[in-house]
Design a protein around this ligand. Sequence first.
Ligand code: SF4
Length: 350
Amino acid sequence: MMKKQRITDLPASAFPELIAELGAPAYLAKELKLWIYSKKVSSFEEMSNFPKAVREQLAERFDIDCATVFAVQVSEDGTKKFLCALEDGKEVECVLIPADKGRRTVCISSQVGCAMACDFCRTAKMGLKRHLILGEITSQLRIAAREADTPITNVVFMGMGEPLHNLDAVVEATKLMYDQDAFGLSKRKITVSTSGLIPKMKEFVARSEVKLAISLSATTDEMRDKLMPVNKRYPLKDLMAFCRWYSDEYKHRLTFEYILIEGVNDHKEDAIRLVTLLEGVRAKVNLIPMNPYKEVAYYPTSRERMYWWQNYLDSKGVSTTIRISRGQDILAACGQLARGEIKPALPKIA
Ligand code: SF4
């Protein structure tokens, strides 16, 4: 028997040709997208306004999802982590984060593992296993959306992997996310977070219209080389030059994520240098306390220091929020995703 393709691996632009091939009316191309991505059906049989013969042809040739959930972990704060098996036996994780005012955010993975080797990150310990294909990325959103109590409002590419290292698949996935006939999210509610792959950032902003976030986490090349080795190839001077160019060209605000690690990158001098680095950039800063786990000797900055940072940056005109870590007890917090044997850290004794 011929091996079935996954329909979610096709870019949306391929749907009209497929519908024509099946001899079905052209308007069904849009309907097909709606059924798969908006109504999130798990079988073609459910597509009630499709002729039976077309549904049967689709079912003969295609499966729908590229990932199946084999475990769900629920945090005491309501965050849900989905452990997903891929066809080749590899595993990825995505996280559904509920918040106030109906906000439902899904944190998506773009690779199995990651090649960027950030020193504080649990995924980095796996190394890069492989890129995810388009359907494996969008299937995570279909899975989380089916489990959510209210519609998904936000997507962040902050799960496993450096999204811009897997540029083509991530661009196509974001297009489906803001396509109003597909997932139908707002462009400004989708964020792709990068460690700072400058050439890919230029290409990405030319090809996709979603928000870009930069994981910064240091204010000197010396410290960033250590925490985020990508800095050795693309140092701070070049990264900030890109950010100033982007601000001028696109007039959009960039989000800078700064993981605060006690005694490492949380000194007052760092905050002062950060303000200088951000001069001329439309910037918002997200302060994220380090999420500890067993294999690293990094700990979160104290609350007092975090609030000092927030007040200081705000006083200098840099809009700053503190991102509360969610799902820490199930290793679903930022920098903690990885399938393997790595265990959460024991609580630190003061
Ligand atoms: S922080 Fe992001 S880019 Fe860095 S190693 Fe982890 S997953 Fe990769």
